[in-house]
Design a protein around this ligand. Structure first.
Ligand code: PLP
Length: 484
């Protein structure tokens, strides 16, 4: 399998190269040349372990990586560290070291990058730069910590992540990791990282010093591909639990930020998975809702800080990959759209693309609706969900009300409720006025009896190792201070 850029200027790129470089030379994102129809084969052996399933899917894309090496990478990434669980309609993707779904991809990425490096004979140290709205950062730190031949630098908006998320990052151990708070929001952080990546002179300079920059954000094809796996896994679990019959179409509901997770489900459909609608759920930063309703992508608005901070995003980078498919893989058209976004903050897609987008449904949930959903579902279904998942559930209900389409759905449950415990306590009316951020975990546990994930217990007693804050215009200086 070879990869091509969404902006048309690169073709026939090996997966190892796409994984190492992260982004194409023309600024586009790498996409596979085709999508093998695996569903027909996989449905004949549904009982596979998560690792086996992952191997069968991922090996179709990363064909230039030795199969034994790939197996090893998958085992090192997932064995006893990550597995999804299907609970009612909720595909819980947060049973990993950082308690959010990004573990699925970010445990795997370092392992595949290591092998990609080897297959290309790259000797330089790879510096992973990541802007995070909370979850990516910690997951990247966990994944890359102490992996030979890599450094990780994480930028997060100083006031844009939860106390728990901040503490998770601040306490990260490992000689090769660094965390910077940024005075600015997530978009500022992401723009800053993109700017560093766009600086060819800087890259040359770094290369002379033995460093190559790369990304762990969800635009990396090494992160996107492993995410396809859990939609297959979830679909087969629905069959196993008797909720659907083989080949029955389902809907997929995804609380969406950078559009990586929902895109992975779309790729799943291209591989044969029977999916009817992709329900794209946003919080009050509803750029995508407006986009699916009007065909106009307009980021010219204030970013709102919500209680689902991992979705507080105005530019959903992976949408570019969907538009590429929608345009009939017309790189020039995509380049024009993305140039428009860069220059004016807005673009409008063609009527052909709009037609294509009908497979998607976009809507959003207000903060008040999120609270109500958490409370209702807890009281009626005895199921405790986090704020991001509640955005998904709220939008699913809206979709069903609007369309009457109530077929089975997989709702991506993207974080443990314990990652956003203040919001959950407020939603449930649990009194937390007399406890600190970490006491809140215990209060939530007392009130609900739902176990605190092992990886969040004792976080308050861990030593703070990272506390630097830099201005949003100083992100490069911060990086260079670490690489010195
Ligand atoms: C990252 C994240 C999302 C959004 O996923 P995308 O792939 O960026 O759309 C949703 N929920 C949680 C908890 C996340 O960490």
């Amino acid at each position: 399998m070879k990869f091509q850029s969404t902006r048309g200027l690169e073709r026939d790129v090996k997966s190892a190269e796409g994984i190492i470089r992260g982004i194409a030379k023309d600024g586009g994102l790498f996409v596979p040349d085709s999508f093998p129809n695996l569903y027909e084969i996989l449905k004949k052996n549904k009982g596979l372990s998560y690792e086996e399933l992952a191997f069968k899917i991922i090996k179709e894309f990363f064909t230039d990586i030795d199969e034994n090496e790939l197996r090893e990478a998958i085992d090192e990434a997932y064995n006893n560290r990550f597995k999804p669980e299907l609970n009612k309609n909720y595909l819980e993707l947060y049973h990993g070291p950082t308690c959010a779904f990004k573990d699925a991809a970010l445990l795997f990425l370092p392992q595949i990058m290591k092998r990609a490096k080897k297959s290309l004979g790259v000797n330089e140290e790879i510096v992973i730069l990541t802007a995070t709205s909370g979850d990516t950062g910690k997951a990247a730190l966990e994944g890359f910590s102490s992996v030979d031949g890599f450094k990780v630098v994480v930028y997060y908006p100083k006031n844009g992540v939860s106390a728990i998320q901040e503490r998770q990052m601040a306490t990260q151990e490992g000689e090769n990791v660094k965390v910077f708070g940024i005075n600015g929001n997530f978009d500022n952080a992401q723009t800053g990282v993109k700017k560093i990546f766009g600086d060819e002179k800087l890259k040359e300079e770094l290369k002379k010093n033995g460093y190559i920059l790369s990304s762990a954000n969800s635009i990396n094809i090494g992160r996107l591909v492993p995410q396809i796996v859990y939609y297959f896994y979830g679909y087969f679990k629905l069959i196993e639990q008797g909720k659907i019959k083989e080949d029955e179409e389902i809907n997929v509901v995804v609380p969406t930020g950078n559009f990586g997770n929902i895109l992975a489900s779309y790729y799943g459909k291209q591989m044969g998975l029977p999916i009817n609608k992709f329900i794209c759920a946003s919080n009050e930063n509803k750029v995508l809702t407006d986009f699916f309703q009007t065909g106009i992508y307009d980021k010219r608005r204030e970013l709102i800080l919500t209680q689902s901070p991992s979705m507080d995003i105005l530019v959903s980078s992976n949408l570019e990959r969907l538009l590429y498919e929608g345009s009939g893989r017309d790189g020039e058209e995509i380049k024009a759209l993305m140039d428009g976004l860069m220059a004016n903050g807005v673009y409008e897609v063609s009527s052909k693309v709009r037609e294509f987008l009908k497979e998607f449904y976009g809507n959003f949930a207000t903060e008040e609706e999120v609270h109500k959903t958490i409370k209702n579902v807890y009281e009626k279904e005895n199921y405790l969900m986090d704020t991001h998942t509640a955005v998904g559930k709220t939008v699913w209900e809206k979709y069903k009300n609007e369309t009457g389409d109530d077929r089975e759905a997989l709702i991506a449950s993207t974080a443990s409720p314990y990652k956003f415990p203040v919001s959950i306590c407020n939603a449930l009316g649990i009194d937390i006025s007399n406890v600190d951020d970490f006491g809140v975990l215990k209060e939530l546990n007392k009130a609900t009896n739902v176990d605190i994930p092992r990886n969040l217990k004792g976080l308050d007693k861990k030593e703070i190792l990272h506390n630097e804050v830099w201005d949003k215009d100083e992100m490069l200086d911060a990086l260079l201070s670490f690489l010195k």
